[in-house]
Design a protein around this ligand. Structure first.
Ligand SMILES: C[S@@+](CC[C@H](N)C(=O)[O-])C[C@H]1O[C@@H](n2cnc3c(N)ncnc32)[C@H](O)[C@@H]1O
Length: 378
């Protein structure tokens, strides 16, 4: 079914550097714990470090559309309740279901195919089938592959029994992992890169006994096949391969939406979104939107942060130490598209051009032979 990407109702086309006064916006590094008011929409986030390609990448999105997605009006647990298996909680870096749902609603039509090459517990796939789309995913860790399949079974048991498959493998070699029949057929890729081997995961707080972390790793930390275990440069190189491979499975003009949560290393915010933007450009993709997907609820008086216990504890300690940090209140969603198939009018324009060229060439040849015969010259 043909899919014409619909624009988000909350999209404004404007220079990314200018604050959007008509939309809820977020402070550059997040919000003050509990409530905060908006200052500017970051592109890229101020106070962040830059990396290879970030300058070029920032230039490439200077004039793309910028939207704010109100994706955290319900808490993550509420968004998943009853729709994902209990085992899903164990994944340390799940996508917010409403982020995937928003991208799917705006860039696909019912019946379209949605792909996630690093699908984790299958959030993209579940949200796709729940919206009446078909879905295909790839995941490296067997544990998450099984959970993604169980989540699709659960969706099917709720009546969302659309064509959906999860393949186990390395997304850097997507053309070898996915059957050829999927080539050129997806309307949309929704995915998110892993960032560092350790995430906040889950915490156990024992009064007086401190805090213990669990489920904060993607899998075996020694396995170099998992991009989470690689240094930043190799992660970016690997992710560029994933994007280039994914583009082969998109139909002409299809879209890729990448959601990237801000990531801190030694208290410093890494500008991963700009670096992922550079990966997309290197993979030959065309940036079309840079969006702010809120992780905070939009309340009457501003944003209400939804930071975890661990995040709040971290921010509190940093502030006590004199570093004015904020809770992270959004993630970036970068939207790219592949080159469009030529439209009928493009085709006929091209045919006209070549027949014009043929007419011009034969006129030139005729003039040349007239000259050779000495006819018609002045
Ligand atoms: C940020 S998580 C994605 C989570 C997913 N969106 C969800 O909601 O469950 C990144 C995922 O990429 C997977 N991954 C890492 N390296 C991979 C590779 N080479 N090929 C495929 N998947 C990989 C990780 O195991 C992890 O599940």
């Amino acid at each position: 079914m043909a899919s014409k990407p619909r624009r988000s109702t909350d999209t404004t086309r404007r220079s990314a550097a200018r604050p959007n006064t008509s939309q809820p916006s977020v402070s550059t590094t997040g919000v003050v714990p509990d409530t905060a008011t908006a200052t500017t929409v970051p592109t890229p986030a101020a106070g962040t470090t830059t990396g290879a390609g970030a300058d070029t990448a920032a230039g490439a999105v200077a004039d793309v559309a910028l939207s704010v997605w109100t994706t955290a009006q319900a808490a993550p647990g509420t968004q998943r309740k009853g729709l994902y298996t209990a085992e899903s909680t164990a994944h340390p870096a799940k996508m917010l279901p409403s982020v995937a749902a928003h991208a799917i609603a705006h860039y696909t039509q019912p019946g379209d195919l949605v792909l996630d090459p690093m699908c984790g517990i299958g959030t993209t796939l579940v949200e796709a089938v729940r919206a009446g789309r078909r879905a295909v995913g790839v995941e490296y860790e067997d544990r998450w592959v099984s959970i993604a399949r169980a989540n699709l079974d659960l969706a099917a048991s709720h009546g969302h029994d659309h064509d959906a498959h999860v393949f186990s493998g390395d997304a850097r070699a997507l053309p070898d992992v996915l059957p050829a029949e999927y080539r050129g057929s997806a309307a949309l890729v929704v995915t998110s890169p892993p960032y560092g081997p350790s995430t906040h995961g889950q915490v156990n707080v024992v009064p007086g006994g401190g805090v213990t972390k669990y489920d904060h790793r993607y899998g075996n930390t020694l396995d170099r096949g998992n991009l989470a275990n690689l240094g930043l440069h190799r992660l970016l190189a690997g992710f560029t391969k994933v994007l280039a491979g994914a583009a082969e499975f998109l139909r002409p003009g299809g879209h890729i939406a990448i959601t990237i949560r801000p990531w801190r290393e030694h208290s410093e915010l890494i500008d991963l979104p700009s670096q992922i933007l550079a990966c997309g450009l290197r993979a030959g993709l065309i940036p079309v939107e840079r969006c702010v997907a809120l992780l905070a609820r939009v309340g009457e008086d501003g944003l209400i942060a939804r930071g975890s216990f661990f995040q709040r504890d971290f921010i509190r300690k940093q502030r006590e130490a004199g570093l004015p940090m904020h809770l992270i209140a959004h993630e970036d969603v970068l939207v790219f598209r592949t080159v469009k198939a030529p439209s009928r009018s493009d085709e006929s324009a091209r045919r006209d051009t070549s027949s014009d060229r043929r007419r011009r060439q034969s006129a030139t040849r005729a003039r040349g032979s007239q000259r050779a015969r000495g006819e018609g010259t002045r």
